[in-house]
Design a protein around this ligand. Structure first.
Ligand SMILES: [Zn+2]
Length: 314
């Protein structure tokens, strides 16, 4: 979907006001309002809020609110924008997070190997997903599913790659493409063009090939510690740079180390982030779209281990 829900707010409010005004003038003609009450239509079906209140814009569920007898052409049919509770209640899509895709070296620490997956093992992971009938989905699709219930493939999976390392371009992307899969690459812009990291041209190429480029800050500082100008350095400028590289808006963000707090969410939304990805922590009950869960697909995991972890974690 092209217009993630945060961008829909203003149009929805404008639409609702326009609609209320025009409907009330319609009703001067003595039509019954019962079936068409905009207030009723605007209350989410599963809301437990007081029944007469118009919910906050985040929780609006607008149906095709055009009176049946109206001779006016429909101006806008907004999709249903689910509230946080509805989003949290939906079945989670398994989302995997990879870092380096390369063979282990002697000096790699035990701990680092969770974040470094040998090439053959990575290929086994991807083959298992394809053989098991998984199909990759991208963030826009995930957002449409979460916010409106738009259908996804029967066995969806999202493959994400953090930190800009070169193997993601040389090994991972071509392997995904063998199966018609697409990935999401969260770029740490300070690394662009450094040895063993992707270049701007490679990032652009991934984007042109249909993969999605998201932001992973400038230099991987913990979001929980940002103040003032840090938001510009770590989110605003990198996002602008990525947009310049890809020619597409940068609307998705991955928290460095998976660390976030509720204070970070409005800052990200202000800077155009429609969704943000953490690791396997609990989601924010108010804003699940900016605390989407992922699991790290460990370099130690065989394909069957990965499959078990996906089933257990999502
Ligand atoms: Zn990272």
């Amino acid at each position: 979907m092209n217009y993630p829900y945060s961008r829909l707010r203003l149009p929805i409010i404008t639409f609702l006001i326009t609609f209320l005004v025009s409907l009330s003038s319609c009703m001067q003609g003595g039509k019954t309002a019962e079936a068409q009450s905009p207030v009723e239509a605007a209350i989410p079906v599963d809301s437990d809020a007081e029944s007469n209140a118009i919910p906050a814009p985040d929780t609006l569920t607008l149906q095709a609110a055009i009176p049946e007898q109206s001779s006016q052409p429909p101006v806008l049919v907004a999709s249903s924008i689910a509230d946080a509770e509805t989003i949290i209640a939906r079945k989670q899509v398994p989302i995997l997070c990879y870092h380096q895709v390369r063979d282990w070296r002697e000096k790699d620490s035990k701990q680092a190997k969770d974040y470094i997956i040998p090439e053959e093992r990575f290929k086994e992971h991807i083959k298992m997903l394809a053989d098991s009938g998984y199909q990759t989905v991208l963030p826009d699709q995930l957002m449409a599913y979460l916010t409106t219930g738009a259908p996804l493939p029967e066995k969806p999976v999202m493959l994400t790659f953090d930190d800009t390392s070169l193997g993601q371009y040389t090994v991972a992307a071509p392997e995904l493409e063998k199966y018609g899969f697409k990935g999401v690459f969260f770029i740490m812009t300070v690394s662009l063009g450094r040895p063993n990291y992707m270049s701007k041209a490679q990032v652009k190429e991934l984007s042109d090939r249909g993969h999605v480029i998201g932001s992973h800050t400038w230099d991987h500082q913990n979001v929980k510690k940002y103040q003032g100008q840090d938001w510009v350095t770590q989110v605003e400028k990198p996002s602008r740079q990525l947009t310049e590289i890809t020619g597409k808006p940068t609307e998705y963000f991955a928290y460095p180390f998976g660390l976030w707090n509720p204070k970070a969410i409005p800052e990200l939304k202000q800077r155009g982030m429609a969704g943000a990805f953490q690791l396997a922590g609990k989601r924010d009950p108010q804003d699940p779209l900016h605390s989407i869960r992922r699991i790290i697909a460990s370099g130690y995991w065989s394909a069957p281990s990965l499959q078990r972890a996906m089933i257990n974690s999502f």
